[in-house]
Design a binder for this molecule. Sequence first.
Ligand SMILES: NC(=O)c1ccc[n+]([C@@H]2O[C@H](COP(=O)([O-])OP(=O)(O)OC[C@H]3O[C@@H](n4cnc5c(N)ncnc54)[C@H](OP(=O)(O)O)[C@@H]3O)[C@@H](O)[C@H]2O)c1
Length: 266
Amino acid sequence: MTILVTGGRGAIARAVTGGLIAAGQDVRVASREPSAVPSAVEYDAADPAPALRGISQVFLYSDPSSAAAFVTAAEAAGVKQVVLLSSLSALGGPDDPHAKTEQVIARASYATTCLQPGAFMSNAKYWAYQVRASGQIRLPYLDAEEAPIHELDIADAALRVLLDGPGNGHDGRGYPMTGPESMARRRQIELVTEVTGVPIEAVDLTVDQARAEMGMRDEGQRETLLAYWASRVGSPASIEPGVELLTGHTARTFTTWLRDNPGLFG
Ligand SMILES: NC(=O)c1ccc[n+]([C@@H]2O[C@H](COP(=O)([O-])OP(=O)(O)OC[C@H]3O[C@@H](n4cnc5c(N)ncnc54)[C@H](OP(=O)(O)O)[C@@H]3O)[C@@H](O)[C@H]2O)c1
C-alpha cells in the first residue's frame, strides 16, 4: 500500500509527504525535477506509468493536458484512490482548465476526491520579489477581495482524505476551501508590514500599466485574471468550509502564514 505524492517540489506536496510519513504510511514522492527533491522518482506527466507502479493512492496536481494519460496508467496500475489538487475556479463552468481535469480524472474505476482551494496565501511570495527589489508592491485592483488559503491547510485536508482512504465518505466529492476571511489585497499588504515591520509602498496600477508589467506570455490567461480581479473589487469573497469540514480545525490566517514564512520580505 504505497501512496504516490506528485508535484514533489511544491509546498503542498512537501507537507502532504511529511504528514503521511509521520502517520507511518509508505510514500513515494514524484517530481518533474527529481534531482531537486530528496528520494524522489521522476514524474513524466506524458508517461506516468513508471511512477505509478505498485501504487494504491495518489495525491495528484491538476494538469488538463496529461489527465487522460494519467487515467490510463492509474487504471493499469490498480490505483484505488486519487486526491486531485484542483481549484475553486473549477466551479466556474466546464471550460475552466481545472474543471476539465476533474472531469477526465473522475472517469475511472478508482475513487476520486477533488480539493478546490481558492487563491493561495503563497502567491504573496511573488510580492516579496518586488518588495526586495523596490520597496513597492505594484498590482492592479488593490481593492479586489479574496480569502486566501494557507498551503498547510490544503495539505491537512489532503492528508485526511488519503488517511481515511477510499470508501469512507470522500469518494466522488469536491471540497471547496478558502482561508478564514475575505480581505482586499490592499489589506493583505498592510498586514505584511504589520507582521514583518518592512515598510511597503502599495501601487495601484491602471489596467494598461498592469498589462505592461505582468509579463505573462499567455494573453488570454492575463485578461481572464484581470477580469477576475475587476469582478472582485468591493465584493467580499465567500468563505468555503472545506478545511474545517475535513480537518476539524479552523483555516489558518494570513498573519499565521506570514509568521510561518519569516524573512521573505527582507
Ligand atoms: N496559486 C493559487 O492561487 C492557486 C489557487 C488554486 C489552485 N491552484 C493550483 O494549484 C497547483 C499548484 O499551484 P502553485 O504552483 O501555485 O503551488 P505550489 O505548491 O508552489 O506547487 C508548485 C509545484 O506544482 C507541481 N506541478 C505544477 N504543475 C504540475 C503538473 N502539471 N504536474 C505535476 N506537478 C505539477 C510542481 O512540482 P514538480 O515540478 O516537483 O513536479 C511544482 O513544484 C496548480 O495546479 C494551480 O493551478 C493554485
